[in-house]
Ligand binder design. Structure first.
Ligand code: GLU
Length: 274
């Protein structure tokens, strides 16, 4: 009899332990599933409405597209475009915060949530479309090579065994290897560094968009470009990829195509781009 009681107690304790362990396993599994489940990001339009402003990644050194004036205010064609978008989304063209981006960091700034959108002389191309979404183009630029006015280099063919500077993260980085395969390519972090290298004779040219060139030529008349424009660079507004951006993307596309057809975009362009 006593053995039977001991035996029953033993069974009861073992069952209790098994049940307790089972409960722990179930709780851990539920917790793991809950944590593993990806939170759906909030719709960008709602985020912007709640915040009451848009955060736009822009360049701070590409006049007349986007740069800072002597008081530190952002000015330029793309700045006005961002203000129009703030007016469209929030009814207030001043409801916009600008953050400075570079060609090399603009996609990561966007995808890490430090900006809602990028308006920064950014060409729409297939490799970028794998990482971000783009609106339809608001401007079509072309790529060329800046040279010194005193230079003997007049075309891409003259770059045989000569050095072309490119800025990391730009389309020029890939393009020059195709259009001037005999040239030696030197990479720089910024346009300012690349143009300084040109002035010092460390490179013979700097590949860049005609829009970027425009600003440098205005400041320094000793700079010019070869006559060829060897690529089209359609600029789009970049947004994070995915359904969170769809509503804003559609609104921006609507705004861009309307302002192209009603002449507003042209007015903006001629205000800044002479
Ligand atoms: N439009 C070119 C690009 O997107 C060059 C200018 C820039 O880097 O912003 O790469």
């Amino acid at each position: 009899m006593i053995y039977k009681i001991i035996y029953l107690c033993f069974i009861k304790n073992t069952m209790k332990k098994i049940l307790a362990n089972l409960l722990i396993i179930i709780l851990i599994s539920v917790f793991a599933v809950a944590c593993g489940k990806k939170q759906q990001p909030m719709d960008l339009y709602d985020v912007i409405q709640q915040r009451g402003k848009i955060v736009v990644g822009v360049k701070d050194n590409v006049p007349p597209f986007s740069s800072k004036d002597k008081d530190g205010n952002y000015v330029g064609f793309e700045i006005d475009l961002a203000k129009k978008i703030a007016a469209k989304l929030l009814g207030d063209e001043n409801a916009v915060e600008f953050v400075a981006v570079t060609p090399a960091n603009r996609i990561s700034m966007l995808n890490s949530g430090q900006a809602d959108m990028i308006i920064a002389t950014m060409t729409i191309n297939t490799s970028r479309l794998a990482m971000v979404d783009f609106t339809e183009p608001y401007y079509i630029a072309g790529q060329t090579v800046m040279v010194k006015k005193s230079s003997k280099i007049k075309s891409l063919y003259d770059f045989k065994a000569k050095k072309i500077g490119v800025v990391f993260g730009t389309t020029a980085n890939e393009a020059v290897r195709t259009v001037a395969p005999a040239a030696l390519v030197a990479g720089f972090k910024t346009y300012d560094e690349a143009v300084d290298a040109l002035r010092q004779g460390l490179v013979d040219g700097v590949a860049m968009d005609d829009t970027v060139l425009m600003g440098y030529k205005l400041k320094d008349p000793s700079l010019t470009s070869i006559s060829q424009k060897y690529s089209q660079e359609p600029y789009g507004i970049a947004l994070r990829k995915g359904t969170e951006s769809t509503r804003v993307l559609e609104m921006l596309d609507g705004y861009i195509s309307n302002s192209k057809s009603n002449g507003e975009m042209n007015k903006l362009k001629t205000k800044w781009v002479k």
